[in-house]
Design a protein around this ligand. Sequence first.
Ligand SMILES: Cc1ncc(COP(=O)(O)O)c(C=O)c1O
Length: 389
Amino acid sequence: MDLSYILNELGEDRAHYFNAIAPPIMQTSNFRFNKVDELRAAFADEMSTYLYSRGLNPTVDILRKKLAALDGAEDCLIFNNGAAAIFAAVLANVKAGDHIVSVSKPYTWVQRMFDVILPRFGVSTTYVDGRDANNYFNATKSNTTFYYLESPNSWDFALQDIATIAAYAKQHNIVTLIDNSYCTPLYQQPIAMGIDMAMQTATKYIGGHSDTLGGVLSGSKEMIKRIFDSEYLNIGSGIQPFNAWLLIRGLRTLPTRLERINRSTKEVLAFVKAHPAVKRVLYPFDESFPQHQLARQQMKEAPGLFSLYVQAESRQQIVTFCESLQHIQMAVSWGGHESLLLPKCAGMQDEEFDATNAEHQMMRMYVGLEDAAYIIADLDQAFAKAGLK
Ligand SMILES: Cc1ncc(COP(=O)(O)O)c(C=O)c1O
């Protein structure tokens, strides 16, 4: 399907709302019925009509159609945030006694779910270094029913060979879910590579303005309906109409924003790589990246995020660097209009800092929509103030 059609037309029935270009925000919790039999049909299949906005809502549906098409999937559900999308997808596909194989270091709240919540219900998880697909296969037991992937990881950008893992999982009746947040479906198409469910946090690039959260879960019609009829309706973490409307608005400019971010990322990266205080960068499309070839093979682009290791002797030097930034903001998350920086050492005390441990000297940078030169000048003056040279 044509990308321009998806972003500008798909799902939008403008004749139904006065030919308005922008869709209405259908801010209603409830829908009325004229006929008892219509109500009966809605009870029998809540996915067939509008009954109550914990289920379907017309504004959310516009977004749903667009995002399923972007993923190349038969259908999708939009959640209030990405963590909820992952939670529902996993919960819907495991039962007591099951075993999950997950990529190591998945997103924080995924790891908490695997480590803290699922064991209470008799579901165990083995973490593997997903850079070698064999690690997934070797960790698979007779009760393994679920593979969790996140490619690339959003800190160290470790990749999994998506098609190889998906093919093995299919042969062994194992359900697969991938976190595709870094690439978005514009730059990586996991469903086409054989993955059962692709999720992304729409909070990042889809929203693009740091003003709403959202989560997308795409898959087959059968899988999505099963999740809708159970976990989606039961957990009640579907997105609200206004937030869905913000995401529709964000989507219109997604390719344009990503193109600019890609260009700026390369420029900022070139500056950072050439800076004497920077020991190393981690960026999937850089030749120095160990899985560079696989990245080029399964991703179309690598937008926005990269990590850098600086030659800092103390935690204070990194603190000074971060606190000297005048435009780049220190914050979690990414994908918005604003450039961000996140130092790994924020999670430790001064005395824990070890200048021989590269992890302690790591920072994650997100390149936003500002001019690349503006971002570079800010980094440059902060490096100087922190005595990083
Ligand atoms: C890689 C990744 N996956 C999932 C999530 C969860 O998304 P949300 O914050 O929308 O719940 C995040 C959030 O930061 C993330 O970085």
